[in-house]
Ligand binder design. Structure first.
Ligand code: SF4
Ligand code: SF4
Length: 435
């Protein structure tokens, strides 16, 4: 890797004055901010955080207090949708985190833990498979159930809520499908690449399979490119942009020359970052154009399906369904209509809108693990709105939100609600048609 390129990229990994200057401190974003609504503290509002970024950009030191207020942000970008001045808050907070990462020291064990998770575990299919196998053994042996039923889980104290957020390990893992091509059903209309994610290969293997099937049903030849890796979204959110760029380059190389009509993801959080590869690599002379091409082809699966002539040969799903906007779909990618349009295309389905559906559920990548109390407080309020709809199915478009909402149903649900991805409902409807 060119050392001067790494240095010049890291120089840009801090909030830029031109972006900070867009904020006119009007405060119209405050009510859209979950942390401000929850804590009522100006420094935990978008305006307050931007004010602190301006101070640091003007030469003030990066203090623990600054780091805490920036860390506590969900990066949900609700403020971005509310802002009349076009402040790109997501870009600012990601840059602020990178600035903190590059210019402050963390404790030895914290650093060790972060290095393991971000630099070793997430990009490694072998390590993820080993971790997934361990999780599967814990769950399949009944140990997890025993811990929960006997109340032993309470011995974990504050970690109890985190245990409730443990995703299910789904065997067989989706890693076995990577490198394969799935033919279109009927005449081939499109050739698409599917980005399978990292943890999703373990915990959302069935969702990934459903996504491939739905695309096949809609005339897509689906390629799951062999050399793809973790998209780097969690790295970008944590400020670890050097690793995010490395992963972005690998994904660009794995996909961009494959003559695809579109590159598809079913994870809104990943999609937001995958669509920003052009920006992430814009100063890399070797990759800038290739990354821009990658970005131009990138589509969320709901966006793609709503943009083509949808196969409507579906059976009925007789259920009341509500929809929780994933922040990175609604605020990050500005996609709100597409998932609702797809749900409304399913025969028999009764769609019930949810109040404040685009307010963050508290998932936010690994926020629910790092800031569990605040995350749970947001989730409790989210579930109160879900319950108002009396829906029996909660649909969303991001695996992270699904884990969070499943924990919400267990703790504050009316009882037995299912949490699904929009694409899983389409898959069910296509299967019903085949019966
Ligand atoms: S981010 Fe936008 S809405 Fe919020 S204070 Fe600044 S200009 Fe106003
Ligand atoms: S990204 Fe979300 S949590 Fe962060 S300041 Fe904006 S609205 Fe608040």
């Amino acid at each position: 890797m060119d050392v001067s390129l790494v240095e010049s990229e890291s120089q840009l990994d801090k909030p830029q004055q031109v972006d900070l200057d867009r904020c006119v401190h009007c405060g119209l974003c405050l009510n859209a901010c979950p942390t401000y609504r929850e804590l009522g503290v100006e420094m935990d509002s978008p305006r307050g955080r931007i004010y602190q970024m301006v101070q640091v950009a003007s030469g003030a030191p990066i203090t623990d207090s600054y780091r805490e207020h920036i860390d506590l942000c969900l990066a949900c970008r609700g403020c971005e949708s509310a802002c009349p001045s076009g402040v790109q808050y997501g870009k600012l907070v990601e840059a602020a985190r990178a600035d903190i990462e590059n210019n402050t020291e963390r404790g030895f064990f914290t650093q060790l833990f972060r290095d393991f998770i971000f630099r070793n575990l997430l990009p490694s299919p072998a390590l993820l498979t080993a971790a997934g196998a361990g999780l599967w053994a814990y769950q399949a042996s009944g140990l997890q159930k025993l811990m929960r039923v006997t109340g032993l889980v309470n011995l974990l104290g504050p970690l109890k809520d985190r245990e409730a957020l443990t995703p299910e390990a789904q065997i067989p893992f989706f890693f076995r499908e990577i490198g394969k091509t799935f033919p279109a059903e009927g005449p081939r209309k499109y050739r698409v690449a599917f980005m399978a994610g990292c943890i999703a290969n373990i915990s959302f293997a069935r969702l990934n399979e459903a996504t491939v099937r739905v695309l096949q049903k809609n005339g897509c030849e689906v390629v799951v490119p062999a050399n793809q890796t973790c998209c780097g979204a969690l790295h970008v959110h944590a400020g670890i942009r050097d690793k995010a760029r490395e992963l972005a380059r690998r994904n660009v190389d794995a996909v961009v020359d494959g003559n695809f009509d579109a590159i598809i993801t079913n994870a809104a959080g990943c999609g937001s970052t995958l669509k920003e590869y052009g920006e992430l690599l814009e100063h890399d002379p070797t990759y800038a154009r290739r990354a821009a091409k990658f970005t131009s082809l990138m589509r969320d699966v709901t966006e793609f399906l709503a943009g083509i002539e949808l196969n409507t040969k579906m059976g009925a799903i007789d259920a009341t369904v509500t929809y929780q906007d994933s922040c990175h779909l609604a605020h990050g990618q500005k996609i709100r209509k597409a998932p609702r349009q797809l749900l409304n295309a399913i025969p028999g389905l009764q769609f019930k809108p949810m109040p404040l559906s685009d307010l963050c559920c508290g998932s936010a990548g690994i926020y629910n693990i790092l800031h569990t109390d605040l995350s749970m407080s947001l989730l409790e309020k989210k579930m109160a709105n879900v319950n108002l709809t009396k829906a029996t199915i909660i649909a969303t478009a991001n695996p992270g939100c699904m884990i969070q909402l499943e924990a919400g149903v267990k703790k504050w649900g009316r009882g037995g609600e299912r949490v699904v991805h929009v694409v899983e409902l389409l898959d069910e409807a296509y299967r019903q048609a085949g019966k």
